[in-house]
Design a protein around this ligand. Sequence first.
Ligand code: NAD
Length: 463
Amino acid sequence: MIVLGAGPGGYTAAFRAADLGLDVVLVERYPALGGVCLNVGCIPSKALLHAAKVVDDAAVMADKGILFGKPEIELDKLMSWKTSVVERLTGGLVGLAKKRKVRVLQGTARFEDAHRVAIEHGGETQHLSFAHAIVAAGSEAVMLPDVPEDERIVTSTGALSPTALPDSLLVIGGGIIGLEMANVYASLGCKVDVVEMTPDLIPGADRDLVKPLARRMAQRCRHLWTSTKVTGVKANPKSLTVSFEGKDAPDSERYDRVLVAVGRRPNGGRIGADAAGVAVDERGFIAVDAQCRTNVGHIFAIGDITGEPQLAHRASHMGKVAAEVAAGHKAGFDAIGIPSVVYTDPEVAWVGVTEKQAKADGIAVEKGSFPWAASGRALGMGVDEGLTKILFDGETGRVVGAGAVGPGAGELIAELGLAIEMGADAEDIALTVHAHPTLSETVGMAAEASLGTLTDLYLPKRG
Ligand code: NAD
């Protein structure tokens, strides 16, 4: 078995395949294992978001009787801590690979035919033949066309390793990466503007979940411009001049740094797929079946390269399926819901069907929701804005989707993901005793709201 790419999809696939007795080679072009997620994505961004939250939480306590004063940011120390977190995890992967006797090769792999790859590293090429291959080559950040090449214009990778904090930062793209990084930089004291092309931040999520975050981001950032396009970026010696076209934005503004966070593109065009006969569409995606097989039966593909949502946990689950199928097991990737979490403060999380999607697809749903303003635990944390909602299928009453906004929403959503996979209904959740006072209680109460048994709020009686 050869696995191309050692991100969360690739290393999971390699380790599972080795556990099932296959002889596995894991190829990675960078020296560290872990891919974008561990090295320049999920993990370092969460370390910095934690730092940002500590700063914000301290500030919130000022009018509650605890004063810390203005934070002093020692950027070098913060970056070393972030790097130490990353290295602990990537180092751990090396140990896990060794224990399983997975051979790790550094290099860029390209198919030579349907049973051979060439692996290039430092001017040398190795050729390996394989019985099964798993393509886990991921995606890369999209750069906007007509933006000059300049070290002050960065993607998420650059934004996660600043050598100095800029005075001003423009974030292009009000999606997940854009808002997470805007949160970090604004909380660390930078003047941050966000420009989003569509009328809404995080366009895929339900508005009621995004609203509290949008409000908080508006306080944190200097400007949030929606329905606005960037029409040009000019690099001057001392600043970057960005021009805009939109309802509230100025014609142009100067910045020290620009972060482009307008989506990620799959790396399907970089692996010599043609030589193996693997079909790649014009955008770079590789289509797979429920067993994660490409059109070539013994070559599998998993993760970002196979489509949306481009999330690490989708990749790792697909990785296990591909490894198991290759080892002769009956397995399939048939998750009903894949959770999405935006790790800003407040966090926004959802799983399964959104209200937006239900409306667009004509799916009848019933909703139960609980506002965190009525949660004792939330109030005791200084939080009076937040929401947990659950969507039930209009006919069967089963949970089909859920969302939450507020601190820790990303953790709460797990229970609702399980509810969806287990086919739970409102009673299953409402009659499960949730500890009081917890934020998880809002899940039970959202279910009670839908049943009409909720006593913590006065709701007009349901039928
Ligand atoms: P995204 O698709 O989430 O957001 C991109 C945003 O940029 C959209 O709102 C889009 O409308 C906007 N946009 C596009 N072109 C624009 C333009 N020219 N000007 C202004 N706005 C423009 O993409 P992302 O935030 O770059 O994230 C990339 C991928 O990485 C996503 O698939 C996401 O799922 C994943 N990711 C996930 C997490 C997480 O799970 N917490 C964190 C980071 C990234």
